[in-house]
Design a protein around this ligand. Structure first.
Ligand code: SF4
Length: 427
């Protein structure tokens, strides 16, 4: 059976426009990692739609597609086109895991959750002609001894020198987050020495850990930071506010080359944090946490979400005021998006507030897909756009970057890229 396996990292035209315009274009790891789990008698090609579109007429003996919710429509179109030509299609990734029955209408096999064990099993089933419709791991696969993602399939032209993961999942269960559905077994860890060996194998200087929350297990994180320090690279990852509460974590992170942490602040409204099960985010501690992170020379990229039930139209300016006062280097702003399968989606659906199931609109940037509590959809969208424009205005960039003690070498290019992109795409 083995022949040509076409792996596609899908990105819809709408998402490409948003991503490009927002300079959020890091190399994705899923398909290069899946390729590494594939027996060598398959000839693997990776098409990453952030680089160029997939060809529905491409020659292949098997197609695998990974996709997020806003790209589902496009992923299904592609899958239908390949299947119409008799090519078997396997669908996986976040949206297929959230809605496997929906994905099944467009696939020969649907992968639910982690694929370390199920992908090789599927390929063997395919060889023997007994493919099943759904592949779901019966137990959490071991992350010990997993292969390194195939670097020859990293094809994006971004500024990173390598991407990898150390942990998977998060022990928290914020009700708007898809991780509780994606990884119900909570936090998983790779052996530190295996992560350090992969980290060292990259020739580039700037490394991204694709971890959901690298501060989820402090003991593990500190051991990892000690192990990667000798390699003298720069790295960035996502973390919770707990990263700013632990001096030793920050000290070891900085010494190992951490230049920026994406911190899920989400909101400067404590009522909003309480409402979505994220009470451990203590809003009155934010300024001090940011100051402590900055004191270690680490830039902060704040993850901000607008549209919680406690948010009023005042939240937009209040948020940017706060981020400027703290000298936050970067921020990723999102409109609250209730992804299917999450507790948030179920609650809003029960309240009759879900406005559309057109997944293309579940992009968090260009559409409001539910009825906000204290403002109209238009006010939410307009307020979000105003906050983004204000945060990446020249005046704000100057105020923020001059206010913190962090060197601007990392933060300034990112800010300028955001500002140019906003001007170019008229957002
Ligand atoms: S802390 Fe972050 S990653 Fe973890 S469940 Fe909450 S939102 Fe998701």
């Amino acid at each position: 059976m083995p022949g040509k396996l076409l792996l596609i990292t899908v990105s819809s035209p709408e998402i490409q426009r948003i991503r490009r315009s927002r300079f959020l274009n890091f190399q994705q790891i899923t398909m290069p990692y899946l390729a590494a789990l594939t027996p060598p008698d398959w000839q693997v090609e990776h098409v990453d739609e952030e680089v160029g579109p997939a060809d529905p007429l491409a020659r292949a003996d098997l197609v695998g597609i990974t996709f997020h919710t806003p790209s589902a429509h496009h992923a299904y179109e592609l899958a239908d086109a390949y299947r119409a030509r008799g090519i078997p299609v396997a669908l996986g990734g976040p949206h297929a895991t959230l809605l496997p029955e929906e994905a099944a209408a467009h696939a020969d096999a649907v992968f639910i959750g982690e694929a370390e064990d199920t992908w090789p099993q599927f390929l063997e089933d395919l060889r023997q002609g007994c493919v099943k419709k759904f592949y779901r791991p019966s137990a959490p696969p071991s992350l010990e001894g997993v292969p390194q993602a195939r670097k020859d399939l990293f094809i994006r032209r971004d500024y990173t020198g390598g991407v990898l993961f150390a942990t998977r999942g998060c022990p928290n269960t914020c009700d708007f987050c898809t991780l509780a559905v994606m990884y119900p077994n909570r936090l998983r860890r790779r052996p530190v020495e295996e992560v350090a060996a992969e980290y060292a194998s990259f020739r580039g200087k700037v490394i991204i850990f694709w971890d959901d929350n690298i501060s989820a297990d402090m003991h593990y994180a500190k051991a990892l930071f000690r192990a990667i320090t000798p390699h003298r690279k720069w790295w960035s990852s996502q973390a919770s506010v707990r990263a700013g509460q632990d001096e030793e974590f920050l000290e070891l992170a900085a010494r190992s080359g951490c230049k920026q942490l994406f911190i899920g602040l989400e909101s400067i409204s404590q009522a909003s944090m309480n409402e979505v099960g994220k009470r451990f985010n203590r809003v009155d501690e934010y300024a001090r946490l940011i100051e402590r992170i900055h004191a270690h020379g680490i830039a902060v990229q704040a993850g901000i979400v607008f549209g919680f039930d406690s948010d009023t139209p005042a939240i937009f300016d209040q948020t940017v005021d706060f981020l400027e006062e703290c000298g936050v280097q970067n921020a990723t702003f999102n409109i609250l998006t209730p992804f299917p399968g999450t507790a948030l989606f179920r609650r809003l659906e029960a309240e009759g507030r879900i406005l559309t199931r057109d997944w293309r609109k579940y992009n968090g940037r260009a559409h409001v897909v539910y009825l906000p509590r204290q403002m109209s959809c238009e006010e939410l969208l307009e307020g979000f756009q105003r906050a983004v424009r204000r945060f990446y205005s020249v005046g704000s960039i100057r105020r923020r970057l001059l206010r913190s003690p962090v060197q601007i070498g990392w933060a300034l290019p990112l800010n300028l890229a955001y500002a140019f992109a906003l001007a170019r795409y008229g957002l």
